[in-house]
Write a protein that binds this ligand. Sequence first.
Ligand code: SAM
Length: 391
Amino acid sequence: MQPRIEHYRGREPSYIKHIFLNRYLEAAAFKLLQPRRGTPVFNFVDAFAGPWRVSDSEDFSDASFSQALATLETVRRQLTRMGRPGLRVRYRFCERDPDAFVKLRRFAAERPEFDIQVFKGSFEDNIDRIAAACRDGFTFTFIDPTGWNMESEKVFAFLKRLNGEFLFNFMSEGINRHAGWDGVSESFGRFLADPDWEREFRKLSDDWSNEGKVLHLLKTKMKRASIATYLPEMAILRPRDNRVKMRLLLGTHHVRGVEVFRTVQKNVETTAVSTRQDVKAEKSGQPFLFPSNQLAEFEAARDGVGCPVHRTRASNLLLGIVAKSPGIGFERLSGAVMEEVPVRATDLNRIAMELHKTGKIGFELPVRKRMPIPETRIWPAAPDQPDLRIG
Ligand SMILES: C[S@@+](CC[C@H](N)C(=O)[O-])C[C@H]1O[C@@H](n2cnc3c(N)ncnc32)[C@H](O)[C@@H]1O
């Protein structure tokens, strides 16, 4: 379901956040329906559900839980019409604030046709109950805390127990502003699942922003906790000054998840730019020379997913990885590059073919294939290497 921009005045980044969440959920639910035995079960966990600062206090159509429910229900119906019935969706929502919880419970009570369970109190205190309520199937967890107020160790334990993926909203702006302040030392320790986080923080380069350092520490912890193999991210900017407000992080063990993330990012980025332009135009009272959708196209060509700058970065990174891990499979290589750099699988196929043609990497194309397949082994084209180039 497309959120309605008029409900998001003054909080446009949340509009983009919800569009991203919807598109990713849609793709993830369709993916689950790839041929498999038994009835596929999709658990959607909104761990920090709200409602929070919504405009639509009747239907909560501008809250993540309501957006997710509408999106997944549309997918379920679409699949049924396409002759693929049977997707079961469970909704598990948790909220700590008592007033917000009452609203959440009302939302659930008004929709008895859905399998919704609501949990009162902090997510960290409800982990066992929520995990038990998602006992089988694929679990997608949306983690959208207020700032950095979260006990990551417990949240990581939850994510580790379940088979699935998560989308994490990293609140860059607030974290950036507070990271150097003594008063937050303890709460950052809980957020980073490390009371000694400052020791590691201080070792990082002064060229990095505070939020860049905290994000790096968080991602390192997430990988160490084995809750994700890949953690691609996308920044969402404030419309007024184009500063990073938040970053959406996907946690997945699958290259396919990274691929879908970058495709969704590509689709969402034009909406993000035109939304920011519209806000700026409205605030300044001056119309822009170009319509916002055209500006969005310019911006995407300059620094969007798969733009020349990112393709060059991806190409260099790919060469670096192949040099360190000669013979690496193309799927693993693609996952590592797409995690770091906003490019899609189609960009990477072209990059690999180009590097192959110019002799910078070597691989054998399988019979009747025009691109490397996931299992294709990629080698650096060193002089003492057997020449695996074709053509
Ligand atoms: C940023 S808001 C969520 C917004 C919502 N995900 C959306 O996009 O519409 C965070 C919510 O989490 C709640 N909250 C804060 N700490 C929590 C915790 N430890 N466990 C569960 N809920 C919490 C807050 O009361 C607030 O409603």
